[in-house]
Design a protein around this ligand. Sequence first.
Ligand code: SF4
Length: 158
Amino acid sequence: METPDENIIRQQAMANQRNIVSKAASFAKSMASRGVTNKKVIPETKVLRQLSCHGDDSLIPCSQRKESDKFPNSYYCGACGCGDKQGTQLIDLTVDGKENYGKLDYPKVWCPLDMPGFQPYKPSSQEPIEMQNSRKKDIENRMSVEYITEKSKGESIQ
Ligand code: SF4
C-alpha cells in the first residue's frame, strides 16, 4: 500500500509527464540562478532545504531521499529525476579536495513536493487535501508560513 508521501510523488510524476517542458525550464532556471560565478543560496534557505530533505531529531527524512551509490554517507533526491551525480548530492561534500556544489546550493532549485526552501514553495494550506504532506506541516508549525515564504524566494549571497 502507498504511503502518503508516495501518493504525492505518484501524482507529481503524473503532472510532470503532462508537462516535461516545465521540468526542463526548472533545470534551466537553476543553472541561470547559479550563473558563471557559482552563486549560492543564502544560509537560512539552505537550512530550510536541509530540514525538508533530511529532517532532524524530531522529523523523519523525506521518503524520496535516496542513499547515494557513488558518494559515501550522502544522499540524492529520488523524485526530481536528476539522478545520483556529484552536482545533485544533498550533503555538503569535499570532492578531490574541493567543496562540492550540490543541489541545495543553487539559489533557485525545484523540489517535486514544493517543500520549504525550494522554488516554488507551496504552503500546505494552498494544496488540495490529497496532496498534503505531514512533514511540510511540521516545518510550517515550527517556523511559520510567512518566514518560510520569505526565505524560499531563492535569494543568493553573491
Ligand atoms: S528535494 Fe524535495 S522530494 Fe527531493 S528529497 Fe528533498 S524534500 Fe524530498
